[in-house]
Design a protein around this ligand. Structure first.
Ligand code: SF4
Ligand code: SF4
Ligand code: FES
Length: 261
């Protein structure tokens, strides 16, 4: 796939990603420079020994995991936009990812914008934390964004386009039967639970008497908005027919009328 389209496979990506153990220790870079080419600014700019010394200018850069602190200097110097940094210690649910960015308009801290994968597909909303080098002419700008941890192997770019998430709605109860708010649903989607069944199992949304008749469409729409998936591609999964609780007297009345067999 890399040969034909320039897009690496999951195996290619795994081959350059640091180990889980190193990722969990703090910021580090990921270098997606898959081919031998005559280029080395990533190596020459680093004064921490974060990249193994090049013996030949065609060498592929290899990260020295114990020396790299994910500062991002090499990200802004790489002409191939091949480097990003990941900090899994940013928060319990989100990683801080530094990405090279060469488009306009520049994002601004605080914006919630679209996170894209290597094919340019929208995968998850990301929050812009900091923007570096916006005015430098000799370096690429670097944008750090907070991303749900399950997306760190997919995220590779951003699009400065707002995601339609009105945070003022967070307190709205979407599942009245199980008392689940829109904010709780959004939090789970950000953590990487992107099917109705997964969200249902964790939050009990859709498990009440109406069996998702009322809340199901709202949850599916939120998944579609936040992940960029088409609504047609999403399903409610397994559910029972709606139930309504009855008093014993009502059942007795129905029996008297001969409606029960
Ligand atoms: S992120 Fe900083 S420390 Fe790590 S290799 Fe790049 S320049 Fe060196
Ligand atoms: S600067 Fe970028 S393109 Fe050049 S060798 Fe380093 S990672 Fe590869
Ligand atoms: S509103 Fe969610 S199960 Fe009834």
């Amino acid at each position: 796939m890399l040969e034909n389209t320039g897009i690496p496979t999951p195996e290619d990506i795994d081959s350059v990603f640091p180990s889980e153990e190193r990722l969990n220790q703090g910021p580090i870079i990921v270098i997606e420079c898959y081919k031998k080419i005559p280029c080395n600014p990533c190596y020459t700019v680093c004064h921490r020994g974060g990249i193994k010394p090049f013996e030949d200018i065609n060498d592929r850069p290899i990260v020295v995991e114990e020396n790299c602190n994910g500062c991002g200097l090499c990200i802004s110097k790489c002409p191939g936009l091949a480097i990003m940094a990941v900090d899994m210690t940013y928060s319990e649910t989100e990683a801080l990812v530094k990405l090279p960015y060469e488009f306009f308009p520049m994002p601004e801290p605080g914006m919630v914008i679209k996170g894209l994968d290597r094919e340019g597909n929208f995968i998850t909303p990301v929050k812009v934390v900091k923007v570096f080098n916006t005015k430098a002419t000799d370096r690429t700008a670097v944008v750090s964004v907070a991303v749900g941890k399950p997306f760190i192997r997919q995220i590779r770019n951003i699009k400065v386009e707002p995601v339609e998430v009105n945070q003022a709605d967070d307190d709205v109860i979407v599942c009245r039967c199980s008392d689940v708010s829109l904010g709780e649903i959004r939090g789970l989607i950000r953590k990487g639970y992107t099917t109705f069944d997964e969200i249902k199992r964790i939050s009990r949304v859709g498990m009440g008497p109406c069996q998702s008749k009322n809340c199901g469409p709202i949850v599916l729409k939120e998944i579609a908005v936040m992940t960029g998936k088409s609504l047609d591609a999403l399903a409610l999964g397994t559910y029972r027919q709606p139930v309504k609780s009855l008093k014993l007297g009502e059942i007795a009345d129905e029996a008297e009328r001969g409606h029960l067999k």
